[in-house]
Design a protein around this ligand. Sequence first.
Ligand code: ZN
Ligand code: ZN
Length: 450
Amino acid sequence: MPEPRFLVRLCLLVCLATPLIFTGCGSRGDSAVPAWAKRSLASGPTVRVRLLRKSYFSRVYLEWEQDGITLSDDQGHPIPLPDGTRRVYLKMRKQKIALAFRRGKAAFRKAKRYSEVWLKVPDREVGVISVKIPERRVYRDYEAQSLRLSIKYGRMALINYLPLEMYIARVIPEEMDAEHFTLEALKAQAVVARTWSLKNMGRHKRFGYDFCDSPHCQVYKGRKQVSRRAEKAAKMTLGEVLTYQGRLAEAFYHSTCGGNTVFVEEVWGGRRIAHLARVEDRFKLGNRAYCAPSPYARWQLLTSLRRVERALKKKSVLPKKAVLKSVKVDFINRSGRVKRIRLVTNQGERLVESGDFRKILNREFGKRRLLSHFYEIQVDGQQFRVLGRGLGHGVGLCQWGARGMAQHGFSYVEILQHYFKGTQLGMDDGDHSTTRDSASTTQNSQAGKK
Ligand SMILES: [Zn+2]
Ligand SMILES: [Zn+2]
């Protein structure tokens, strides 16, 4: 890897020189526009994202501004739109969708019902459609080639069809702080999000779509968060993916590793994946971790042994009459994460899995108290203290570490090769036959933007 300080200097030089070059040209001709700026986000395969999967709603209003948008039913038959109409009201009625062109009960009384309603932008272009769901206070604009509304299991299901690159540009700011993270980190995030998306395309295909819009897949809220920097990162890396031995890599990411990432099999079990192994998150041993500036780099929980005892008894981990004397870490895995806890009581000892222990403490002390399994426990008399590091599962790219590396002058390619050993950057060739279902991936990752 190149000496980072040299790269920083080089960057500074280029940054300082750039305005001079531009102003020196006199008029800014076409040659002044960088190649990436000419690329369009309306490219890549179409992805189908189900919007608000977990929310129940029974009416949706759709609105648009551009010409040529058409409506059709599940058979593809056009639904005629009165002249100049740019808004439709849709309501669930008897397991079908009633469609009206005006608001109010009277309009719905005469409304026709459909099992599916499609809203299509002509010629596979991308249009902007406003989705209004007053019941859920959702008022959002979505880029779409089409929008499909149907009924699934007694709920209205809204599916957004859009080009992959557009989806990536909108996902980045949800998963990383696009305004404050260094561009190279955003580019690394773009490649990882794209690789993950292609690898997991069809994750919800049993239900007729690819991804949900929640952290289960990747957080997506349409144009609610438009970031020019995220768009730039997507365009600069357009079509680029991470590969391992010629196939799409498993590209997971998390907020803050806290010092080193983990072996994937130690988190989710299953087989070893060579490029998802433990990586030291620092330039050389003894240095501060790249993710040290993260607000989640260090955290602690301070309470009394009594309260921990009470929490454990609530979940019947300890018998009612037991007195908790101490809590110890019983087993730490090769990634440095706590696997098992030993509870020392007046009635002997008891082992508890760290996953269960974390759930119990988070339920008792607030949702986000134990942010990871990277911690030590100190018991001093009645005082109980957990000193922890990092946020998230620790697999793959450490987002705050990527930010740190970028600030040290590393490029996005170097960042990716640091966290995913043995991988290479390639272009998406459109062959996604290797897709498979995998465990929840981006858990806690949206917290990386804090
Ligand atoms: Zn999902
Ligand atoms: Zn890290």
